[in-house]
Ligand binder design. Structure first.
Ligand SMILES: Nc1ncnc2c1ncn2[C@@H]1O[C@H](COP(=O)(O)OP(=O)(O)OP(=O)(O)O)[C@@H](O)[C@H]1O
Length: 354
């Protein structure tokens, strides 16, 4: 199956990107990372809108870019369906004509209607982009990317401007389209729910470096370093000042680790919010700061002795003492993840493309 494979080295003033990425034909590959880490740049390089300094880009047997061999295919020849954050709609064209733009020859008004209907845009078919809401404009851009019958789909924040209900239905639609078409699909997003709901695999980009890449569940459950953990929403991060005999400590207290440390002193330990519980026995000293009922569970915001915040989730039947109470927290070893300052990118298995 033709996967999209790229080895990218790119530089611009004050910014360097070096990433190897392999996007299989099936499923969705998400790219996440802090603002400015280079996500959009990766999409622009793949689409041919920026030129790498060295490296290569291949789609199956087709070489799109190879600096050494002097190959640099023009963007229109790469058959990429693109959707960028600014939507890049033509202001003088109606919604229908924007969607028709870039359609392959032979696809007529029926195909346009099909996409307008699927993206709930039919009522706006004759409007110009300026007369649409942000979310409607975003759907026009998505419809246009899909109507071009791309062989590779690159989407930058495709659902950020729509409300939650529409977002859920767009996610479903998007999943169906990708399953029907089987094409390498890269989704850039800041929304971790998009990643959890949609992505089969995820790459975490930090300062232009692909720090971790792998199956979504695996990357979320075992981030390779402190920065990746932050990007993936591990909010409970405790800085480590020392480590001996299987214990780590900081101004917040000390915790026993599960198993030996792979290397040296971790920069911090991350704590899973599900699993810790209040105890009268030995545990981490905390003061309860806030209790929030979340419906299916309760969140407890605790303060540790050095005032670091720690958030845990308790089952709805738990009855924690009121805010202001000093108590102890028992944190099972499997809830503690020691993290180095900077991890190594795991090798991308060649089987990822099979
Ligand atoms: N046209 C440009 N000229 C110069 N520098 C740019 C340009 N576009 C982006 N940059 C810089 O390149 C770096 C990577 O930008 P990029 O847009 O790829 O980040 P991003 O991860 O997509 O960010 P965001 O999540 O905020 O959209 C940033 O430091 C940014 O300031």
């Amino acid at each position: 199956m033709p996967c999209l494979e790229a080895d990218l080295d790119f530089r611009r003033a004050g910014f360097r990107l070096a990433a190897r990425i392999r996007v299989p034909e099936t499923g969705i590959t998400a790219l996440v990372g802090p603002s400015g880490c280079g996500k959009t740049t990766v999409l622009r390089l793949l689409a041919g809108l920026e030129r790498p300094r060295s490296g290569h880009i291949r789609h199956g047997e087709h070489v799109w870019f190879d600096r050494g061999r002097g190959i640099d295919l023009a963007p229109r020849l790469r058959r990429v369906g693109l959707m960028f954050q600014d939507y890049a709609l033509f202001p003088h064209l109606s919604v229908a004509r924007n969607v028709a733009f870039g359609q392959p020859r032979g696809d007529g008004a029926e195909a346009v209607r099909f996409w307008l209907e699927r993206l709930q845009l039919l009522p706006f078919a004759e409007r110009r982009p300026h007369a649409l809401s942000g979310g409607q404009r975003q759907r026009v851009a998505l419809a246009r990317a899909l109507a071009s019958r791309p062989e590779v789909l690159l989407l930058d924040e495709p659902f950020s401007a729509v409300d939650l209900g529409l977002r859920q239905s767009l996610r479903l639609l998007f999943q169906e389209v990708v399953a029907d078409r089987s094409m390498p699909t890269v989704l850039v997003t800041h929304d971790l729910d998009d990643v959890r709901h949609l992505a089969d695999r995820v790459g975490v980009l930090v300062e232009g470096e692909l720090r971790q890449f792998g199956p979504t569940a695996e990357v979320f459950s075992t981030p390779c370093d402190a920065e990746v953990a932050r990007v993936l929403g591990w909010d409970n991060r405790l800085p480590v000042s020392g480590c001996e005999d299987g214990w780590v400590r900081g101004g917040w207290g000390c915790l026993r680790l599960n198993g030996a440390l792979a290397s040296g002193i971790p920069e911090l330990v991350a704590i899973r919010p599900h699993g810790p519980s209040l105890t009268e026995g030995p545990g981490l000293e905390v003061e309860i700061a806030r209790i929030t009922d979340m419906g299916g569970y309760r969140t407890l915001l605790c303060r540790l002795p050095d005032r670091t915040a720690l958030q845990i989730h308790l089952p709805p039947q738990a009855s924690p003492p009121p805010p202001g109470t000093r108590t102890r927290l028992s944190i099972p070893e499997h809830c503690i993840l020691p993290l180095p300052a900077r991890g190594r990118v795991p090798a991308i298995p060649s089987s990822a493309c099979n």
